[in-house]
Design a protein around this ligand. Structure first.
Ligand code: NI
Length: 172
């Protein structure tokens, strides 16, 4: 068991298109386990492998609320195969701490993925889990939620981000 170091924007690994997972072995299980632990400790509701410096198509998600039992989703090689409706909710990201912005997403998604036993599965989901699936699958394609902002909002983000980084360095 280990907590992994979360990479922050603009770490180049976050911009890379991640490679498909081909080996469903013990190291993959260990990585998924450590990623889940890192996500819960942060705390966050989703974490993709590139965020811990590993450019592979693996993500963990848990959008259950504090008083519910954990509902961990481990998605290997996930793909959105259908989407429906629109939503625009505020998002954040463990790789872009202290910054939040509204992002246009689909309201519902159907996701095909493999589990840790290499079995293909399909989930249909809405609400927060649907947003998290879209956000995390974006990470596997080198896309951050701030990449969805308008040019104006993105320039505001860059200015704010400088201040956030200065603030974080002061805290260290
Ligand atoms: Ni993120």
């Amino acid at each position: 068991m280990a907590l992994l170091k979360i990479r922050h924007y603009p770490d180049p690994v976050l911009k890379k298109v991640a490679a498909p997972v081909t080996d469903f072995d013990e190291p993959l299980r260990q990585l998924a386990h450590d990623m889940a632990e890192t996500m819960y400790a942060a705390p966050g509701i989703g974490l993709a492998a590139p965020q811990v410096g590993i450019s592979k198509r693996l993500t963990v998600i848990d959008c259950s609320s504090r008083d519910e039992e954990a509902q961990l989703l481990v998605l290997v090689n996930p793909e959105i195969i259908d989407r429906e409706g629109e939503s625009c909710e505020e998002e954040g990201c463990l790789s872009v701490p202290e910054y939040y912005a509204k992002v246009n997403r689909s309201e519902k998604v159907k996701v095909r993925f493999q589990d840790l036993d290499e079995q293909t599965r399909i989930i249909e989901t809405g609400g927060l889990t649907a947003i998290a699936c879209q956000h995390e699958i974006d990470h596997l394609d080198g896309i951050l939620f701030v990449d969805h902002l308008s040019p104006l909002k993105r320039s505001i983000f860059r200015k704010k981000w400088k201040k956030i980084q200065e603030h974080m360095t002061e805290q260290m």
